[in-house]
Design a protein around this ligand. Sequence first.
Ligand code: ZN
Length: 448
Amino acid sequence: MDLRSRIAELMRPARGELAEFVAIRSVADPRQFPPEECAKAAQWVLDKFAGLGFSDAHLERTPDGSDAVIGSRSGSDPAAPTVLLYAHYDVQPPLDESAWRTPPFELTEADGRWYGRGAADCKGNILAQLLALRALGNDMPLNLKLVVEGSEEQGTGGLEAFVASHPEMLSADTILVCDTGNAAVGHPAATVTLRGMVNVVVTVQAMASELHSGMFGGAAPDALAALILMLASLRDQQGNTTIAGLDNTQRWTGAPYPPEQFRTDVGVLEGVALLGDGSVSDMIWARPAITVLGIDCPPVTGSTAAIVPRAAARLNLRVPPGMAADDAHAALVDHLKAAAPWGVHVAVDLEAIGSPFQAAVGGPAFDALGAAMSEAYGRPMTTLGQGGSIPLCNVFADTYPDAEIILLGVEEPLALIHAPNESVDPGEIRALAESLALFLQRYPAMRG
Ligand SMILES: [Zn+2]
């Protein structure tokens, strides 16, 4: 039987298996869910992979207190390359449970999709890995390593710190990060770039205290007015991010993100324009983007006729590949200080910084995966960017500079990951499983 038929057969009990996994409420936040749920999910993953030849599979406690499942499996040829499979067993909290049309932790079929928290992100990807390995059986020419972490959604960096302190344990020639998705159902894609980010708080001070706007307004230096001018200078009329010294003309060269689809995915209201003078993919994957996350100023309710002496804003700057996060941070600070009017006092405090990521494309693993995906989906593989950061990818790239790192998975836009009514298309699980199986079977020969 060929791989495709074997996976089709293995898909029949797959829904029940995913239902069992989704029923484990593995939200890695002890304030919201009991930690035993994460322990159960870790054990579930451990048992499944241990049964597939990862005989040394075990739990490793990481510095944030979460447990990662780690294991390895040798292939028939010890000189063959090593592939590391990555995923995470923790999930986002369900958020507003009343916004769910089906119970979040009961996998429910509707309109051909399977609904449930984590069904796509990332338990659906883990299921695809299991199916691929089952379909291959002992026909495994390469060496495998596995890491399934337990605190990805919390951003507490447990595995990042663990990798840095145990580099030998996860070293590999190729790392498949199974935690992204295609541009659309049935359209295979590898994610090859991630934006970095800079978070700052900018504080403006102009006077000792509040002043009556009737008595003093007009001449008294208004800190909130100064902040508004400074923030307004960060974008032009079209909505392009305009930070002095940061190139906002870079172009995306991979697959386009169709504007109509983007409007639907984002829920843009009638008559409201998309921002920027580039394409959607240019704007979200190739160019810097500033967002004002919050402003400290008097809320409308309770505000009085007073001029504000001090105001602050938290800003988030997304940094595309091709720019260094440190340079972007310096440019943002310089820009804000230069844009401050009337000699107001400005402080810019850095809260967080992360580098952009760019996968090396065109290597043997990238080509082998492209061929595998094209065969499994019946369409050529394209490349996507992702607007958010995955700090672990930078840690992998820094720790294993020679490894090919590729991101892929079942989390296409309809999956609504991180939102209520998350779901997965079972066809995506099947096709990802087939892609992984074909890749694992053929990559060693393509590497030569
Ligand atoms: Zn994820």
